[in-house]
Design a protein around this ligand. Sequence first.
Ligand SMILES: NC(=O)c1ccc[n+]([C@@H]2O[C@H](COP(=O)([O-])OP(=O)(O)OC[C@H]3O[C@@H](n4cnc5c(N)ncnc54)[C@H](O)[C@@H]3O)[C@@H](O)[C@H]2O)c1
Length: 348
Amino acid sequence: MMNILITGGAGFIGSHVVRRFVNNYPQYRIFNLDALTYAGNLENLRDIEKASNYNFIKGDIVDAERINELFKKHEFEGVIHLAAESHVDRSITDPLAFVRTNIIGTVNLLNAARDSWKGNKKGKRFYHISTDEVYGSLGSEGLFTETTPYDPNSPYSASKASSDHFVRAYGETYGLPYVLTNCSNNYGPNHFPEKLIPLFINNIIENKSLPVYGDGKYTRDWLFVEDHARAIDLVFHKGENHETYNIGGFNEWQNIDLVKLLCRLMDKKLGRPQGTSEQLITYVKDRPGHDLRYAIDADKINKELGWEPSVTFEKGLERTIDWYLENQEWLNNVTSGDYQEYYEKMYS
Ligand SMILES: NC(=O)c1ccc[n+]([C@@H]2O[C@H](COP(=O)([O-])OP(=O)(O)OC[C@H]3O[C@@H](n4cnc5c(N)ncnc54)[C@H](O)[C@@H]3O)[C@@H](O)[C@H]2O)c1
């Protein structure tokens, strides 16, 4: 049996990756290490928590001693690193939290992997999950490729860019076998409702306003989370060491158009007259350092590994909406307490 460490597996993307690996690879023992911050939720993994090849460990990647102990005890052969502070708005109010988890936490994991694999690197792999936001902002034309220079603008993207550089530096300096992917915006079930799509689904259900930043013209590429998890599976097993792959949905939307589409779908689902939810749209003051447009060229992963998105945006959005409507209790649980305080601070 091979021991695989997945960090951040109780979060949005992590929970989909953990589920996929636990279900598809009975020959692996999966260790999900997560600090269970506001964004981590074991409810996300209820269906697999009793699987014989699954283990949950509550722990903080900033705690180097703990990380080293875990590597000694379990002799991980693969690491899939998703643990992170992930919300841009939070990074503007508390950049140091992002430095701690995203940079120091990543370096702690790199040190532990380097030390534990130094005698024998064969079959070992450190997979770092990153974002397209490291590339900065695009004008109305062009796409991010794997060779686009880094130009991060928010504390979040600066911390992710830094962690990417550390991963590559450990590859160069210590010969650490790594792969790295930069992905565009994900959406789907289990997404914490501070991010645009789940936030707006929740607000529409509750008849609350839909706060759109600036003029709503910001453009993002969207990918269904299960397509991302499938790409992660493929890169972990088939990607070349020391290579980077961009992952995207070939699915660009201006925020305002996306919000209007969501409003139409929600009116249909909730049996409200068309146009009801659109009335909730309100434009709010822009966030500082807001990037105009992100768009991914996912040609490399397509040509070299045969990956492409499989879920259309309309289908994916519908599956997402259905999940939130069927999981109101999950939504109520995560929107109580700390989140309420954060919401009041950001949008009141
Ligand atoms: N969501 C996206 O659209 C997107 C797109 C591209 C890349 N990414 C990257 O994918 C990864 C996962 O993103 P997500 O959206 O699932 O994030 P998320 O915020 O939903 O989940 C992050 C998880 O990490 C855990 N965590 C946070 N700090 C930790 C620490 N110090 N130690 C251990 N665990 C900790 C949290 O408890 C949570 O379970 C991140 O690295 C993010 O940068 C996200």
